[in-house]
Design a protein around this ligand. Structure first.
Ligand code: CP
Ligand code: NVA
Length: 312
């Protein structure tokens, strides 16, 4: 396929950084690449190019999707563990960026502080892709929105209820809703609301699409009439010390059969995974007929290919 060149050289750090049309282009490219891959049509769009992947946190889906995706695009991906590269021994982000930009065509980074991604992008002249920070998880939400389009036909006017912690995934869902006209309600216990700055920026962006973005405490109120019910772990990577306390506070926020009975009959269930089965989601819902969590996981591959093909 011929890939649109308009995003070439851009960083992919937050969905907020892209226009409504650019987000639509990323989604269309992902769906097209998926179609071609299923049809056995090769698309070596990044032949000869190399992506470096820095993971400061664990990953199954993101790592495999970027590595396999790069292979399918004709390029090569390098896994750079902090245990092995000098960044883990204190070499600065600046020096790492200034070296890697001379050898690589793009860098994907998963780390704790969002500022580290911004710093890497500041110093490196090659595209930087955010593979999850404590603040945002934008590549996840591209795959999620592809999954919603596949199941619901479009994003505009869809109501997505995110039930649980106002975390990185919730933040990127707010950004994604704002850019596509999808209504997003976050239901979370007091004290675990999404970041006020992210919410108000997304609400500002939403003026262009008419998306409604809001936060409630009551999970039943959130899922009432929802087309998509989304959940994620209550304690994200890096919050292990808070896990026990959160388990108590989030008991009412489990996505189970009872909660699902308040959503639309044909609502789909999404989870970015990995899941803590029996905590934020029951086996019955996760393995039930409304769940599309595994097709959702597969869509990370197609989403990441679109992001790389467009920016690298
Ligand atoms: N959803 C997601 O990012 O999964 P991994 O942590 O396995 O990459
Ligand atoms: N919110 C989770 C998402 C994992 C993909 C975390 O940050 O651990």
């Amino acid at each position: 396929m011929v890939v649109n060149q308009s995003l070439k050289g851009r960083d992919f750090i937050s969905l907020h950084d892209f226009s409504v049309e650019e987000i639509a282009l990323i989604l269309e490219t992902g769906l097209q690449l998926k179609k071609e891959q299923k049809a056995g049509i090769p698309h070596p769009i990044l032949a000869g190019k190399t992506l470096g992947m820095i993971f400061q946190k664990s990953s199954t889906r993101t790592r495999v999707a970027f590595e396999v995706g790069m292979y399918q695009l004709g390029g090569h991906a390098l896994f750079l563990s902090p245990r092995d590269i000098q960044l883990g021994r204190g070499e600065t982000i600046q020096d790492t960026a200034l070296v890697l930009e001379r050898m690589l065509d793009g860098i994907m980074i998963r780390t704790f502080s969002h500022d580290e991604v911004l710093e890497l992008a500041h110093w490196a002249s090659i595209p930087i892709i955010n593979g999850l920070t404590d603040l945002l998880h934008p590549t996840q939400v591209i795959g999620d929105m592809m999954t919603i389009i596949e199941n619901k036909g479009s994003l505009k006017g869809i109501k997505l209820a995110f039930v649980g912690d106002g975390n990185n995934v919730a933040h990127s869902l707010l950004n994604g809703g704002a850019k596509t006209g999808m209504d997003v309600v976050i239901a979370c216990p007091k004290g675990y609301e999404p970041d006020a700055g992210v919410l108000s920026q997304a609400q500002q962006d939403a003026k262009a699409t008419g998306a409604r973005l809001w936060v409630v405490e009551n999970p039943i109120e959130a899922v009432s009439g929802a087309d998509v019910v989304y959940t994620d772990v209550w304690a994200s990577m890096g919050q292990e010390a808070e896990a026990a306390e959160k388990e108590q506070k989030f008991l009412q926020y489990q996505v189970n059969r009872e909660l699902m009975s308040h959503a639309h009959k044909d609502a789909i269930v999404l989870h970015c995974l990995p899941a803590k089965r029996g905590k934020e989601i029951t086996d019955e819902v996760m393995d039930g007929p409304q769940s599309v969590v595994f097709p959702e996981a597969e869509n990370r591959l197609h989403a990441h290919k679109a992001i790389m093909a467009l920016v690298m």
